[in-house]
Design a protein around this ligand. Structure first.
Ligand code: LAN
Length: 722
């Protein structure tokens, strides 16, 4: 009996195969970050052979030969690292990896399964229970993500999940969680995104949350508050939430639900006036408190609930369910993310029925979100990070200058780029406020299909690099496809010169005053980000240098690069750094900024680069490494991690090498990376690296391989050309 990861054109599904032998996998891991051991152990068993290149072969293999010992060990380290990492690649060319981290996603799946009566397998449930208990904290609670302290968001939702998965109230661990919830005031102290699920499950009446005002969608589109202007993730969650609210969907009452009604509150369920607690929230969860403006608007929309017009509400419901169906079809029922996936599914169950074709199609795509690691089975933050990791892996390997040694691996990765580019716009894309898609690359798979600015940029950049650098490249990605990618990138540049994540910025930041999710920040608007801007600028610079592409929209490209660079320059902070919005944190943002500036021709002697270098050098630890805590993201100021982190160190030394900075600091950083390497070529998983919306962390398990390889690669390449 064994768990296996089955991949098909990027789709990742964990299957439990009764007739296969299991590898000896260390399933017992307590409450820390996943090192992705389950997948890695099997992949390694299948594909890994210890590095069999020794120094006597260097000359024949065209590997640079150094006299100085330190560079020799850097070469060995990078060969060992790629040897290990390439054994994790799957047949379609991508690198799978754990994309868990958030602790509020699995409950959405479990509550939806309970209400719509679809069932996880016993093996899946067993692993989900393990996961939830593995991440329970000493105080009995759960955080919003795996490194977080306990919050009501995490605790209430995961408590319910375990109870729905069959864990008895008398279980000591449940008792600990129960006591936490009771101590912290009961479930009405949970944030609104948790309360939504409580209402769906029938353990809170719908009066317990502020009106979601479904009619908002019927207002004229030119209105600045129209939801079509929201960041697509916020929009696509708000669509089915509003539908479920309009229809007041509630699961069946049962004895378990009645028990939960009693367990979750301090007072007797029947006696609680839930209308009074719509804005009640525990201070543990407060990150983006509701503003006075939002409270005033809520007052009116709540009052409107008493007098609303049935016909108008039906019209809103109809609009919303059509929107949901369109999103389902456009994404092959994967949906943009794990939050709307399960709320869409619930909506389809309600409107089309349990036996409908559409519900069936939804069921087929549930497993895409589930990932198994040694800490158990989780719902991931996306249906994977396939394209993103693959594009970075390619660049890291190419950076060594040793592409000839990894031709099969790189050709296979090229295949993934080929099959994941989006080649057409979604049907009637204007109708439901989609941007064009043609030419873009998604973060995960073609089936998912929402193109992203920087994923497109990384896709384009890596395609061009592979066309140049690998032997026998099939060049399946034709020049018109590259031009579509350029069109997509140019079409998404904002007025401020920067790039947001998926679409153009559609509203001003003032709309953040209406952010109803107390636990996240910056979810209302797709702002320009330094990372997205840097990737787009770099890819346009690369495209411009191609001989055969050199005239395509040349003027537009030149102007666009210039505006992008201005944006980056303007967003440098006083201390010389850049804030990174999607990984931890200032080392990440600063790395992106420096790469773009240098690629676009900024002198490494310029003030802006000097300041950035000064910033980085000031954060180097005595052991030669850099280590940033995830709290940097939360508090938006640099906070040291207790230990130096391999990934942060790699970003810092990559930046310093691009900036042609102090070579001693670089050497120390490289030495730190080499010293931390395991004998098989891997690195241990350290602190969590990814983030979204300021407050929720997300795992990128491949980063611990990709970025050290990239940094070591650049180091030996630089040294060999000196
Ligand atoms: C991601 C993952 C990829 C990421 C990058 C491409 C790395 C980044 O450069 C741009 C932003 C983007 C696309 C991104 C945005 C926020 C996402 C989609 C996520 C972090 C993955 C999960 C997260 C999503 C919002 C989680 C669901 C939670 C909600 C608040 C709706």
């Amino acid at each position: 009996m064994a768990w296996r990861l089955i991949c098909d054109r990027g789709q990742q599904v964990w299957k439990y195969l009764k007739n296969e032998n299991s590898t000896s996998i260390d399933f017992d891991k307590e409450n820390s970050n996943s090192a992705d051991k389950v997948y890695r152990a099997y992949a390694i068993q299948q594909n890994y052979k210890p590095l069999d290149i020794d120094e006597s072969q260097y000359e024949t293999l065209k590997i640079p030969i150094f006299k100085e010992e330190f560079s020799v060990s850097a070469v060995k380290s990078v060969l060992n690292a790629i040897n290990y990492y390439s054994s994790l690649q799957v047949e379609d060319g991508h690198w799978p990896g754990d994309y868990g981290g958030p602790m509020f996603l699995l409950p959405g799946a479990i509550i939806t399964a309970h209400v719509t009566k679809f069932y996880f397998t016993e093996e899946q449930k067993y692993q989900m229970i393990r996961y939830l208990f593995n991440h329970q904290l000493d105080d009995g609670g759960w955080g919003t993500h795996i490194e977080n302290k306990s919050t009501m968001f995490g605790t209430v939702l995961n408590y319910i999940s375990l109870r729905l998965l069959g864990i008895h109230f008398d279980d000591q661990r449940i008792q600990n969680a129960y006591n936490f919830i009771q101590r912290e005031g009961g479930a009405m102290y949970a944030p609104s995104w948790a309360k939504f699920w409580l209402c769906v499950l029938g353990v809170m009446p719908w009066e317990g949350i502020n009106s979601l005002f479904p009619e908002l969608w019927l207002l004229p589109e030119w209105l600045p508050v129209h939801p079509s202007r929201y960041w697509c993730h916020c929009r696509m969650v708000y669509v089915p939430m509003s539908y479920v609210y309009a229809e007041k969907i509630v699961g069946e009452t049962s004895s378990l639900i009645k028990e939960l009604q009693n367990e979750l509150y301090v007072d007797n369920y029947e006696n609680i006036d839930f209308t009074k607690h719509r804005n009640t929230i525990n201070s543990l969860d407060l990150y983006a408190p509701q503003t006075t403006l939002l409270k005033i608007l809520n007052f009116f929309t709540n009052a409107y609930e008493n007098i609303y017009n049935r016909q108008l509400r039906n019209k809103a419901s109809e609009f919303l369910i059509n929107y949901i169906e369109a999103e389902d079809e456009q994404t092959n029922y994967i949906d943009i993310g794990p939050v709307n996936k399960f709320i869409n599914m619930l909506s389809i169950w309600h409107s089309k029925g349990r036996q409908s074709k559409q519900f069936e199609l939804h069921l087929n795509r549930v497993n895409d979100y589930l990932w198994l690691s040694e800490d158990g089975m989780k719902v991931q933050g996306y249906n994977g990070s396939q394209l993103w990791d693959t594009a970075f892996s390619i660049q890291a390997i190419l950076e060594t200058g040793l592409a000839h040694l990894y031709n099969n691996c790189l050709n296979s990765a090229y295949n993934y780029l080929d099959i994941s580019q989006v080649l057409e716009d979604v049907k009637d894309y204007n109708k439901f406020y989609r941007h064009i898609s043609k030419g873009g690359w998604p973060f995960s798979t073609r089936d998912h299909g929402w193109p992203i600015t920087d994923c497109t940029a990384e896709g384009l950049k890596t395609t061009l690099l592979l066309h140049e650098q690998i032997f026998n490249c099939p060049r399946a990605i034709t020049s018109d496809r590259l031009e579509y990618a350029v069109d997509f990138i140019l079409s998404t540049q904002n007025k401020d010169g920067g790039w947001a994540s998926y679409e153009l910025q559609r509203s001003g930041s003032w709309i953040e005053y209406l952010n109803p999710a107390e636990v996240f920040n910056g979810i209302m608007v797709d702002y320009s980000y330094v990372e997205c801007t840097s990737a787009c600028v770099q890819s346009l610079c690369k495209f411009r240098l191609q001989i055969h592409c050199s005239n395509y929209r040349r003027k537009d490209i030149v102007v666009s690069i210039h505006r992008g660079i201005e944006f980056i320059k303007n967003s440098q902070r006083i201390d010389g750094s850049w804030y990174g919005s999607w990984a931890v944190c200032f080392t990440y943002g600063t790395w992106f900024a420096i790469e773009a500036l240098v690629t676009a021709g900024e002198s490494t002697k310029s003030k802006i680069i000097n300041e950035a270098v000064k910033f980085l050098l000031s954060k180097q630890n005595l052991d030669g490494g850099w280590g940033e805590s995830y709290l940097s993201c939360v508090y938006k100021s640099y906070i040291h991690h207790e230990q130096s982190q391999v990934t942060n160190t790699a970003w810092a030394v990559l930046s310093l090498m691009s900036a042609k900075a102090d070579s001693i600091a670089i050497q120390k950083g490289i030495r730190f990376i080499i010293n931390k390497q395991c004998s098989n070529g891997d690195w241990n998983q350290q602190g969590i690296s990814g983030v979204f919306n300021g407050n929720c962390m997300i795992s990128y398990t491949n980063y611990r391989n990709i970025f050290p390889i990239w940094a070591l690669g650049r180091f030996i390449k630089n040294n060999s050309t000196k």
